[in-house]
Each structure stands twice: as C-alpha cells, then as structure tokens.
Design a protein around this ligand. Structure first.
Ligand code: SAH
Ligand code: SF4
Ligand code: F3S
Length: 440
C-alpha cells in the first residue's frame, strides 16, 4: 500500500521552498501527499520561529496530533524548520509523542530519518549548521511542479544580525549560489512552462558577497531577465543598506523586471534603526526610495515594520508614522516586537507597556490601511496586464493572475489563458485582491 504524508508549512518563502523539496524527496521514497492529518502515516510541520506567537503555534498544532498517535502508535510525527533548528532535542523532551526533529540545514536528510522511523528507530533530532561547501551542493533545486510562477533560491542564510531577529541564528551563515547554476535552473523552469521567477534569499542584495556568487546581484538580475521566454522577474527580500545604484538602475531599463519592490524599513527613527543594527539611517532610506521613484515612477513599494522595539518612545514611533506617510507604501507588514531568546535585543530594557504598544500598532495599521486603499483604489477602471496563474478560488469559470505590482486579480476567463499575459480592466477593488474583465 502506498504511504501517505501530511505537511503543514509556516513562515516565509524559504520554508515554502524547503517544503517543495520535502514533497519531492518523500515522493521518491514512496510517500504521497494528503490534505488531512488523520489519513496520513507521516505528519510533518515545517516551522517558523521569527516571533513568539509563531513558535507557540507549533506546540499547539502538535497537540492536535496527539489523539492520532494515541490511536495509531505507528504514526510518525516530525518537526522541521526554524523552531526545530532552535530547539533541537528539547522538543523531544517537551513532546513525548514526537518522533523526528530536523533543522534547517538537514532537510535533505529527512528521507533517511523517515526510513529509520519506519524501522522503529525514533526520537531522533538532527540539527546544527553545515559548512559553506556542503551547503552549496544542497541548494533547493527545481522540483517538477505545474505552476506558472516559481521561487529560485539564490542565497541562503543571513549575516546581518539585526538585533531583534532570530533568522541568522536558525538559518546560519550567508552563502550565495554560483550564477551559472541559477541561470541553468531558470532556463529549465522556463522550458517546463514557468513564466515568472522570483529570486529568493534573506537578503538578495548582498548576493555574491559570500560563497560562490561571482557577479553582483544587479548583474545576476540582468542575466536572469535575459533568459529567453521569461515574461516576468521579481526578487525578495531586499535589505536597504545593500540596495546599490546599479540595482536601482535595473528598474529603469529591464523590460521584464516587475515594478514592485519589498524594502523592509523596520523603523523611522535613527536611534532605533541603530539599536536594531540595520546599517542605514532614515535619510539613507528615503534617498533610496527617491532614487527608485525617479528611475521607475510607477514602482510600488511594500515594507516590514516593527512596533514597540525595546525603548522606542512616542516621538520615535511618530517618526515611523511620518516615514510611512512620506513613502506611501502599497502594502506594509506590521509586527509587534517579539523578544527572541539568544538575540542581542533580548537583553535591552523594555519599559513600554503592552497596552501602549498595542495602541501604537493600531495607529500604524490605520494609517497604512488608508494608504493602501488609496493606492489600490486608483486602479479602478484601469486596464492592466496580468500574468494568468491558475483557476480562481472564487469559483466556476474564473481564473486569476497578478499585475506587475503583484496584486491578485480574478476575472472570468478560460483556463487556456494560464501562463499567458492578458489585458484586464479593473472593475472592483477589494482589500487584498481585485476583480477584472478581460479586454480583447
Ligand atoms: N530577511 C528578511 C525577512 C526577515 S523576517 C528581511 O530582512 O527583511 C520578516 C520580518 O519579520 C522582518 O522584516 C521583521 O519586520 C519581522 N521580525 C523579525 N524579527 C522580529 C521580532 N523579533 N519581532 C517582531 N518582528 C520581527
Ligand atoms: Fe533578520 Fe535582519 Fe537578516 Fe532580515 S536582514 S533576516 S531582519 S537579521
Ligand atoms: Fe520564519 Fe525561519 Fe523564515 S524563522 S520567517 S521560517 S527563516
């Protein structure tokens, strides 16, 4: 009988890409994916520890699987990803019915662990970082998925050590993949039907600084954009301190580079930025934004912001609000600061009460929601180009695509349009997506 696995993925795109890899590796050892844990022989969580809430969720979810294990002791339960990396064996102590823990540098060994577990060897934890050379051979490769858009990992890890952030501690040192491998992967994807690629890394702008990336990120972008048959190119995430003029110029003259950029600012006050170890000032950031808008006037920006970093005063928070109003982000992901054990900021004194932090968070949210509304509403009636990606969740006869700005638009149309660029007139603007009509 065929074996079945159930997999849930949390966190960022790095985990999404790792999960794609897990699916393909488990396929090779005879497991196929099911969408309910109670039908599975193997249950896996790919976890995120970026904020406390994300981490607690993991234990909550594991609790759901306990009754399954009570009934079927042969069920294999495993945890991978950033919480696994951070907690290691401790997770086995904490969760007596957990069988496997595999960290971020050990994803490739999952099949081996699962086979051992099948043979009764359980309660295994595999964590810790690998050296650069080994990791260069282990970059997530293209797996055969039937999608129009794909992520291509260009670098892994992070050496920035922003003082609030757990990522460098759970993903390890930064390493870049050789550009020829990246180009070859993109070419293979395009041959397989992929039309849009997003180059992926924790800080793609520092691509090439460490490891085997022998060209600058801007040069890499140009090379990838030139791959025959690629309709669109994006990249994420950018760190403002490493966004070079050379890269900014790409937005002005590369035809298929989308006019959209995620540029996390985190805070608007120079003192807080410095405390965060971000490596740029408010003025640097605003200057970068200005340059981007000059080169590419219709560029739409999104950002990440942390509210309530230890010691942030009302005046300092106000500077974040001012910056958000000035830049005019199309989208912003806002987070309440969450203390992560092992990071430098965890030792900072934090006297601001949670009620005040919550109020600030809501003020920022309201401002940003108004900004977003205004920007997206301005597309009403406009005819925009979409890359059609698939059938819409909205129902029968509808397909969806994304605009250059990465906004989802649903419209009535045939599935034969999937993979094509089409013109669509925007007829309705919702909070997170639009509705449109195909224009002939
Ligand atoms: N490498 C990316 C993404 C890192 S994690 C980058 O540098 O932008 C995504 C976002 O989570 C961060 O941009 C930050 O805004 C937020 N984040 C990270 N650590 C956090 C913490 N301890 N508390 C609250 N938000 C955090
Ligand atoms: Fe975290 Fe900073 Fe690295 Fe982003 S750049 S992953 S916020 S340490
Ligand atoms: Fe979370 Fe790990 Fe990504 S902590 S944000 S899944 S790198």
């Amino acid at each position: 009988m065929e074996k079945r696995f159930y997999l849930e993925t949390f966190g960022c795109q790095m985990n999404v890409v790792d999960s794609e890899r897990i699916v393909s590796m488990l396929g090779e050892i005879g497991y196929h994916q099911v969408d309910a844990a109670d039908q599975a022989d193997l249950v896996l969580l790919n976890t995120c520890s970026v904020r406390d809430k994300a981490e607690r969720k993991v234990y909550g979810h594991l609790g759901r699987f306990k009754p399954l294990k009570d009934v079927r002791p042969e069920l294999i339960i495993g945890v991978g990803g950033c919480v696994a990396e951070q907690e290691g064996r401790k997770m086995l102590d904490e969760v007596p019915y957990l069988d496997l823990v595999f960290g971020t540098h050990n994803v490739h060994r999952l099949p081996e662990l699962v086979q051992q577990a099948e043979e009764g060897k359980r309660r295994i934890s595999l964590t810790g970082f690998l050296d650069r050379e080994t990791r260069l051979n282990l970059f997530p490769q293209r797996s055969d998925l039937d999608t129009v858009t794909r992520f291509v990992t260009v670098m892994q890890g992070c050496d920035n050590f922003c003082t609030y952030c757990i990522v460098p501690h759970v993903r390890g040192r930064e390493v870049s993949r050789p550009s020829r491998e990246i180009i070859a992967e993109v070419e293979a994807l395009v041959a397989q039907g992929v039309r849009e690629v997003t180059l992926l890394g924790q800080n793609v702008n520092s691509y090439g600084n460490k490891g085997k990336g022998e060209v600058s990120f801007a040069q890499l972008v140009r090379k990838v954009a030139a791959v025959d048959g690629l309709s669109r190119l994006r990249f994420t995430t950018s760190h403002p301190k490493d966004l070079s003029d050379e890269l900014i110029a790409c937005f002005g003259d590369i035809e298929n580079l989308c006019h959209q950029l995620h540029l996390p600012v985190q805070a608007g006050s120079n003192r807080i930025l410095q405390q965060m170890n971000r490596g740029y000032t408010r003025e640097d950031y605003l200057q970068t934004v200005e340059k981007l808008k000059k080169v590419c006037p219709d560029i739409r920006l999104s950002t990440d912001i942390i509210v309530g970093f230890p010691g942030e005063t009302e005046e300092e928070f106000q500077l974040t609000l001012d910056l958000v109003a000035e830049v005019g982000y199309a989208d912003a992901f806002t987070f309440l600061y969450s203390k992560r054990t092992g990071t430098a900021a965890a030792d900072l004194e934090d006297k601001t009460g949670s009620r005040i932090k919550q109020q600030r968070f809501e003020r920022l949210l309201e401002l940003q929601q108004n900004n977003s509304q205004q920007i997206w509403q301005s597309d009403l009636g406009a005819t925009l180009q979409l890359l059609v990606e698939g059938e819409s969740k909205q129902g029968e006869g509808q397909v969806f695509g994304r605009t250059d700005w990465n906004r989802i638009v649903n419209f009535s149309g045939s599935t034969e349009l999937i993979g094509q660029l089409v013109e669509v007139k925007i007829t309705k603007v919702f909070r997170n997506s639009n509705l449109g009509e195909l224009v002939n």
